[in-house]
Ligand binder design. Structure first.
Ligand code: PEP
Ligand code: MN
Length: 348
């Protein structure tokens, strides 16, 4: 349920409303917009409490949220969520670029790619230490050592880092080494993992399951939010359709739809979304034009010899750079701020 007050409502009246809610043992989520302040509360709202709130001074309206997800919904939190990680802002008008290999392979490989991502203006280094592979005999990632390699490369080059976590047991160690934790498409509904991420203390990028509806994605996000972690990004990475030419079909509609339904930042992954290098730049630009808050892109210095099959969708460093130069021009035309600041993410 949400309680809407005008921004003219004096603070002591807002405080009175909050006090009444908290007295019932309910948690308050405050969202201040340009015209209204929305006080959100989840669960346990009796008709008596709703009526009492409706009568209170300063209350304009009391509305029940009928969607199955609450905290993820825009009704609950009308303002865009902006996640601030050491000065890098994700969400709202900012465009964030995450780039790097599918998998961390060696200290030299991740360090060189980090240098190139930074030089092109990316803010976040991506790379998997644990890889979810379709077959059990394929390369599964270098494991915990990869986390250290990546953290060092990120620090050396002033980049934030993002890495995939596949099981609840590995959440703590991944959170120790990476700035953002990624949930892969195959784990979108791994509810034990989502619950654990609710208390991990790190922002989470939640990828859409390749057969998941928007509603299912938002309910998966709700698991993380309900655990107390408010820093969740949604990621469109392509869905399975009848088309076989592309690896997946990047659902561009997902970007504006999710932004209408939710306040969470929406990141597009044109690499897994297409599976073909030549389609990555056009779909990256289309994603930004459709309103994406960021991109996650695979880039490799030697894609033909990469250790996962994702070399075919990885950009060469020159292509990554050229894409970012185009995005610098495109971003302001579609209301996005792309500031490839070399000051971002200071070494800590
Ligand atoms: C990846 O990012 O390398 C990855 C495995 O992504 P997805 O879960 O979208 O397939
Ligand atoms: Mn990959």
């Amino acid at each position: 349920m949400i309680v809407i007050t005008s921004n003219q409502t004096p603070q002591d009246q807002v405080n009175d409303i909050i006090a009444v809610i908290e007295k019932e043992g309910l948690q308050v989520h405050l969202s201040r917009g340009a015209d209204h302040t929305v006080i959100g509360l989840v669960g346990g709202v009796t008709p008596k409490l709703a009526e009492h709130l409706r009568q209170m001074k300063g209350v304009e309206n009391v509305v029940k949220i009928t969607k199955s997800y609450k905290l993820a919904s825009r009704d609950f939190h009308p303002e865009d969520t902006v996640i601030d990680i050491r000065g890098v802002k994700i969400g709202g008008e900012n465009l964030v670029i995450m780039g790097g290999p599918c998998a961390v392979e060696s200290p030299e490989q991740i360090d060189e790619i980090a240098r190139l991502v930074k030089a092109s203006g990316g803010q976040v280094l991506r790379g998997g230490a644990f890889k979810p592979r379709t077959g059990p005999y394929s390369f599964q990632g270098v494991g915990v050592e990869g986390l250290t390699m990546m953290a060092e490369a990120g620090k050396r080059h002033g980049l934030l880092t993002i890495t995939e976590v596949m099981t609840p047991e590995y959440v703590d160690i991944c959170a120790e080494h990476a700035d953002i934790l990624q949930v892969g498409t195959r784990n979108m509904q791994n509810f034990d993992l989502l619950r654990k991420l609710g208390t991990c203390g790190r922002p989470v990028l939640l990828k859409r399951g390749f057969s998941a509806t928007y509603d299912e994605l938002l309910n998966a996000a709700e698991y993380i939010l309900a655990g107390g972690n408010r820093d969740v990004m949604l990621c469109e990475r392509g869905i399975r359709t009848f088309e076989t030419y592309t690896r997946n079909t990047l659902d561009l509609s997902a970007i504006p739809v999710l932004q209408n339904l939710s306040h969470l930042p929406v990141i597009s992954d044109p690499s897994h979304g297409t599976g073909r290098r030549e389609l990555v730049a056009p779909m990256a630009k289309a994603s930004v034009a459709a309103g994406a808050n960021g991109l996650i892109i695979e880039m490799h210095t030697d894609p033909d010899n990469s250790m996962t099959g994702d070399g075919v969708q990885s950009l060469f460093p020159e292509q990554f750079d050229s894409l970012l130069r185009d995005l610098e021009k495109l971003a302001p035309l579609v209301g996005r701020k792309f500031s490839p600041s070399l000051e971002a993410a200071p070494v800590i």
